[in-house]
Design a protein around this ligand. Sequence first.
Ligand code: ABF
Length: 251
Amino acid sequence: SSMEALSLSPPMSPPVILTQDELKKIAAYKAVEFVESGMVLGLGTGSTAKHAVERIGELLRQGRLTNIIGIPTSKKTQEQAISLGIPLSDLDSHPTIDLAIDGADEVDPHLNLVKGRGGSLLREKMVEGACKKFVCIVDESKLVKYLGGSGLAMPVEVVSFCWKFTANKLQNLFRDSGCVAKLRKDCKGEPFVTDNGNYIVDLYLKKDIGDLQVASDAILRIAGVVEHGMFLDMATTVIVAGELGITIKNK
Ligand code: ABF
């Protein structure tokens, strides 16, 4: 009978729902599998990259990795790496990096990224631009159809000098996309200051900004802009952790 059939079938295990932080950790640990002894490593910033840095520290401690040199992408990551005993250096001494592992705020279908909601986009762009391989690690919530598509900020680092002037130029540049430019504030309501002593203007877009390379060039031509958070054609691999497993996308 159908009752028997039911009782003979294996017990149904309850679905395991992973938290977003667990997904971030899964992506991070997977990326660290690409790390080999002797590598110069770009160490990312943010709650996802933090898991990767922690894991690298653990493997070093266990002697399963040796001779690693880390190049941190922020003061925060620098502190974390020091606390884990990861030997550090910088781009001046190591202008070529074997592999960087870092998170992102958005990933589009071509593996272009938005980064910088954590505020470290300039150092990230310098370090990840100097890498032979850049493995980006995200949970599936970061996937978007087009950059800006999450409705969250597209960050631009600007000098503090007359930031309103620069913010207005940025807003005008993307007025056809309904752009609103806002100065980022810290928890005390003061302007957020980056590791490089600059401000961040967050761009909010209502629709896509068209050709990303054209947009990038136009942003960088505005005097007062230091760097923007679009990372175009930089990620060589994106590891996405989702409820149904890990997806690895290669360029
Ligand atoms: C860094 O951390 C930044 O480029 C990005 O803004 C942020 C992502 O943070 P999280 O991993 O905490 O979502 O990768």
